[in-house]
Design a protein. Structure first.
Length: 247
């Protein structure tokens, strides 16, 4: 297993300060520590996405109540709920922290029960999946994992590899924040991951979100005006009709 660039305490502090700002070194412990007191006081919020109404998800884990995961998690859990019996792969171990899950999970670094610790590019199962989900993971590929070369190139390669793992008619849905990884933002700006459908959510208040355009979402920087993601891309990558099922 290759080492993570923030596997050491010093490395983690440097990475966190660079990605999230020095002030967040002090604010994050406060948000985490006071979360059990804050979350019960938060007013329930709903958001509209793709014709459905979702409830913002407030949780202490990974400061879900304060960042973009408050909308990513309900969308991801909704996909699991709406696809009973489907062969599902999750890239990045995220949803198991919020619900009991039974699908296949691949995560390069995070260990856990039934989590396959492997780079997605090296994962070659003997089956195809009806649905692949990835929550706030692809923005880290080639950007936070000591990869050599362009993050954009590795992201594009990882997306195409996931597409190759889809059964005919399958879907690969990934959610990513805008403004975190400039290379990923540029890929989306250029339409480099087609064929895919891209929808967006834009933060208009601490816990208020609305649908918007890709151009508008890409103009919303990370950790400004509100902590962490202020724009989220929901990318629905489509399978290619020629992809055969393994025998």
């Amino acid at each position: 297993m290759s080492s993570h660039l923030y596997s050491s305490l010093v490395g983690r502090v440097r990475w966190f300060s660079k990605r999230f700002g020095a002030s967040e070194m002090f604010l994050k412990p406060l948000r985490v520590g006071f979360a059990p007191l804050i979350i019960p006081l938060l007013k329930p919020k709903q958001f509209q996405f793709s014709g459905q109404t979702y409830q913002c998800h407030y949780a202490r884990y990974n400061m879900t109540w304060a960042g973009e995961r408050m909308v990513e998690i309900p969308i991801g859990l909704g996909l699991l709920r709406d696809n009973p019996g489907a062969r599902i792969l999750e890239v990045g171990n995220v949803l198991s922290h919020y619900a009991t899950t039974s699908h296949t999970i691949v995560d390069k670094f995070e260990k856990g029960p039934d989590v396959i610790n492997e780079d997605i590019l090296g994962y070659k199962p003997d089956t195809r999946f009806d649905l692949i989900i990835s929550i706030s993971t692809f923005e880290h590929i080639g950007f936070d994992d000591d990869a050599v070369g362009s993050s954009g190139d590795k992201i594009r390669e990882a997306v195409e590899h996931c597409r190759s793992l889809l059964a005919p008619g399958g879907r690969f849905v990934m959610t990513v924040p805008t403004g975190y990884n400039p290379d990923l933002d540029q890929l989306m700006r250029e339409g480099a991951l087609k064929p895919c459908n891209v929808r967006t959510l834009i933060r208009t208040g601490p816990r208020d979100w609305k649908e918007g355009t890709l151009e508008d979402a890409l103009r919303h920087p990370y950790r400004s005006r509100y902590p962490y993601g202020n724009g989220v891309l929901i990318v629905d990558v489509l399978s290619l009709p020629s992809a055969p099922e393994p025998q």
